[in-house]
Design a protein around this ligand. Structure first.
Ligand SMILES: [Zn+2]
Length: 148
């Protein structure tokens, strides 16, 4: 995808918005924005939320994993959404594992906040001409967490 995006946006009119359909993962969005993409749509924040995957600045996590059963930490301490302020990981783990619809709702709400916050931060980084530094920092934290 990035090989295509290294080429295609340069072929499009500079004064028109560039839309990339069906993307995507947070690190793919950051890389696409670096390559000139302006707009996205994707089911990932909601579909992943319904299946127990949360996106965080420290990488994705699956709340279904047993290691969260006793974890009272916030879902994502860096997230401004109301989900973390009210419910810890252990309760979300319980809700999702039990098939309670509230679990899917809360995980989805968090993921939508995460994506909105990421896009707001990308817009600020572009306006302040620090997109490359923002993207490098995002990738460092997001990728290193996935290896943990
Ligand atoms: Zn959140």
């Amino acid at each position: 995808m990035f090989a295509c995006l290294d080429f295609a946006p340069g072929q499009l009119p500079a004064d028109r918005p560039r839309y990339l359909m069906g993307v995507g993962k947070p690190d793919d969005i950051v890389g696409a924005v670096e390559r000139g993409i302006d707009m996205f749509d994707c089911v990932l924040p909601t579909r992943s939320g319904r299946t127990g995957q949360a996106f965080t600045r420290a990488g994705p996590l699956n709340i279904r994993n047993a290691r969260f059963a006793e974890d009272s930490a916030p879902l994502d301490p860096a997230c401004p959404c109301p989900v973390w302020a009210t419910w810890g990981r252990a309760y979300l783990h319980h809700l999702v594992r039990s098939g309670e619809i509230l679990g899917a709702m809360l995980m989805t709400e968090h993921n939508l906040w995460f994506y909105q916050s990421l896009m707001a931060d990308l817009r600020s980084a572009i306006a302040e001409r620090r997109l490359a530094a923002f993207a490098a920092d995002f990738r460092d934290r997001y990728a290193s967490a996935r290896l943990a």
